[in-house]
Write a protein that binds this ligand. Structure first.
Ligand SMILES: Nc1ncnc2c1ncn2[C@@H]1O[C@H](COP(=O)(O)OP(=O)(O)O)[C@@H](O)[C@H]1O
Ligand SMILES: [Mg+2]
Length: 370
């Protein structure tokens, strides 16, 4: 299965830069998610790989072959790129049965009847829709229709599968099921998947690597857990994770290369790290994931419980430290602290991130409240 390479891809619509100098190396058999807020350039990126949108400049290679190059004036037609697409509005042909919907593309390619029949049956089985080859789309549930759409896309054995928010029309439960299906499908087909979503949870759970974009710029391209644990900047830190990461601004004072004292109103702490601290610590930000805010009996700092939101499996606590620093904390299980009760918290050792004045990741370490 092929790799996909984007080299310095820029896409302008008039003066507006939708994708800005994007370089991306997608390995053979990867499951990449293009993630980011609405309008960040995900769909445009996907459509350029597909050949449906022409980059303003740059180069795209699929399987080592140039399919687009502004310099060499190469632009391979979508149908010759060996890619399959699945879009949000995956309209099935309403007047055709499930069987016919899947077979149609193969008939167009002049496959013989026996081969078509074999392939359609394989796909019906793969997508677990063997029971209804004779039904029409209107007689299927949303999830079943989506499976037919996937089968139709896979029919010609595309080496690359490009998907643009294919699950966004489904309800929450079905979406979860289909995510698991897509992961299985990726495993079974061994194809290279590029999947667009604005849902960070979907991106986290599906991808071998997340490509996070903001306003056309690449923010981070790493495996999900690296993005989660070592976000490259505050934007990434804030975009991934729910509840979002606690980000608190501090004024820092360096003690040595690995230690500094941080102050924020009435909160004062010592930050230690194995990384080398940046020279400038005037306006830094501390980032702590809610699950790394730990309730303890002693040590730490006293905080006031603002609200406690138990949901059965976990409880989200909104906490107020001092006058106006709000923190969220996630605890496994049901704990119910009354509003306004006072509890002690610490930040999990080695799980505190420090961002510099520009908002870029600078160090990861531990804090001690002083
Ligand atoms: N055909 C177009 N003409 C002008 N602007 C466009 C066109 N297509 C997309 N854009 C703009 O480019 C930006 C990125 O769009 P898109 O890739 O669809 O974002 P996403 O899929 O991340 O929501 C948006 O600001 C959008 O308005
Ligand atoms: Mg889009």
């Amino acid at each position: 299965m092929p790799s996909i390479e984007l080299r310095n891809i820029t896409k302008k619509f008039g003066d507006f830069v939708a994708v800005d100098n994007l370089t991306l190396d997608i390995k053979d058999g990867d499951f990449i998610t293009l993630l980011g807020p609405s309008g960040c350039g995900k769909t445009t990126t996907l459509r350029q790989i597909a050949g449906l949108e022409m980059p303003s400049s740059g180069e795209i290679l699929i399987d080592g072959k140039i399919v687009f190059s502004s310099e060499k004036s190469i632009d391979v037609a979508p149908k010759d790129r060996g890619v399959g697409f699945l879009f949000q509005n995956y309209a099935l042909w309403p007047h055709m049965t499930v069987y016919k919907n899947i077979a149609f593309g193969l008939e167009n390619l002049k496959w013989n009847k026996a081969d078509i029949d074999k392939r359609v049956k394989e796909l019906l089985k793969l997508l677990k829709i063997e029971e209804f080859p004779d039904r029409y789309p209107a007689e299927l549930s949303g999830g079943q229709q989506q499976r037919v759409a996937i089968a139709r896309t896979l029919a010609t054995n595309p080496r690359v599968l490009l998907m643009d928010e294919p699950l966004s029309n489904l309800d929450a439960k079905l979406r979860m099921e289909m995510r698991a299906e897509l992961k299985r499908l990726h495993h079974e087909t061994g194809a290279t998947f590029v999947y667009v979503t604005h849902d960070q949870l979907e991106a986290m759970t599906l991808a071998t690597k997340i490509c996070l974009l903001d306003r056309g710029y690449l923010q981070q391209y790493d495996p999900p857990l690296t993005v989660y644990n070592r976000p490259r900047n505050k934007f990434v830190a804030d975009f991934v994770g729910n509840p979002t990461m606690n980000l608190i601004s501090f004024k820092g004072e360096r003690k040595d290369e690995h230690t500094c004292v941080l102050t924020c109103k009435d909160m004062k702490l010592e930050f230690t790290t194995a990384d080398v601290l940046p020279a400038e610590l005037d306006e830094v930000t501390i980032g702590v994931r809610p699950e790394n805010v730990l309730v303890t009996e002693k040590d730490g700092i006293e905080v006031r419980v603002d609200t406690s939101l138990p949901s059965g499996m976990e409880t989200i606590l909104n906490l107020k430290a001092g006058e106006d620093v709000m923190l969220s904390c996630v605890m496994i299980g049901s704990v119910d602290y009354p509003s306004d009760s006072i509890i002690n918290i610490v930040f999990k050792e080695d799980h505190v991130l420090l961002f510099d004045g520009k908002g870029d990741f600078a160090a990861s370490g531990s804090v001690r409240f002083i």
